[in-house]
Design a protein around this ligand. Structure first.
Ligand code: NAP
Length: 245
């Protein structure tokens, strides 16, 4: 088992996941980085080693591929024997009214934003439990969305998957938190990343929540003892529409 703290971060190649991984790297954590493209992950891994990360493993996995997601979990556990933070961050968005959004798009969103997190929780649970029993606590940090708490027109399918993710993590806490493993969902409004590019004409990127804001919340969760469970954190933008993305 590694002596360093260890995290598995999905969607680590860019955006919010890369910022969270960088926060851990600066503190010398060991890391498993995952997303679809190996080249971007290898590039990110060498940047994180420069920042101070310990051992960094790269395990590509497409979150639509249930077997690949399960294998990611077991490969991480075999490599490190420890998981202080499971960061379920990889996700996708879709926009469209219920009247028009094809069901196959809803299914794809569900696979990536809900089914993959479920498979990750199942496959990492043994190592999360053993980490909590030796290190005191293990944390799951899942990136949801403010639309999973306060619905918005044209984001029905996306919001529904994020509401499901929040519910999944709440149930996880009911079942596992007595053993020192607990989950926090972070539900941000628009964050300045590639995913929010489509709306930057209306909301400039430099007025959005930053990836470092989200990384700060994620890192704070890892500082909490096993006796503090933080279920869901809504991170919203300033102004009169606090319940809008
Ligand atoms: N940006 C926002 O405004 C915002 C607001 C609220 C919540 N969120 C949530 O925050 C999370 C991260 O979003 P982001 O803004 O950082 O997005 P991003 O910059 O587009 O990054 C998405 C990350 O997920 C990976 N990814 C995408 N689809 C994948 C798949 N099918 N399998 C495996 N990896 C996949 C991407 O890597 P590859 O493409 O290389 O696979 C990338 O590393 C998502 O869950 C998103 O829903 C974002």
């Amino acid at each position: 088992m590694s002596d360093n703290k260890v995290a598995l971060v999905t969607g680590a190649s860019r955006g919010i996941g890369a910022a969270i991984a960088a926060r851990f790297a600066r503190e010398g954590w060991d890391l498993t980085l995952s997303s679809r493209g190996r080249d971007a992950l290898e590039q990110k891994a060498s940047e994180l080693r420069e920042l101070g990360a310990g051992r960094v493993e790269v395990i590509p996995a497409d979150m639509t591929d249930q077997d690949a997601v399960a294998t990611l979990g077991t490969a991480h556990a075999e490599a490190f024997g420890r998981c202080d933070a499971l960061v379920i961050n990889a996700g996708m968005g879709q926009k469209g009214p219920i009247a028009d959004l094809p069901v196959r798009r809803f299914d794809r969103l569900y696979e990536v934003n809900v089914r993959a997190p479920y498979v990750l929780l199942q496959s990492l649970l043994p190592v999360l439990r053993s980490t909590a029993s030796t290190a005191g606590a293990a944390k799951v940090i899942a990136i949801a969305s403010i639309t999973g708490v306060y619905p918005e027109p044209e984001l029905s399918a996306y919001g529904a998957t994020k509401a499901a993710l929040i519910s999944l993590c709440e149930t996880f806490n009911l079942e596992e938190s007595d053993g020192g493993v607990s989950a926090t969902t972070i539900a941000p409004g628009y964050v300045d990343t590639d995913m929010s590019e489509w709306t930057k004409d209306a909301i400039p990127g430099d007025q959005m929540i930053t990836v470092d804001d989200v990384a700060t919340v994620a890192h704070t969760v890892t500082e909490l003892s096993r006796y503090a469970v933080l279920p869901n954190v809504v991170l919203t933008r300033p102004g009169a529409n606090l319940h809008r993305a």
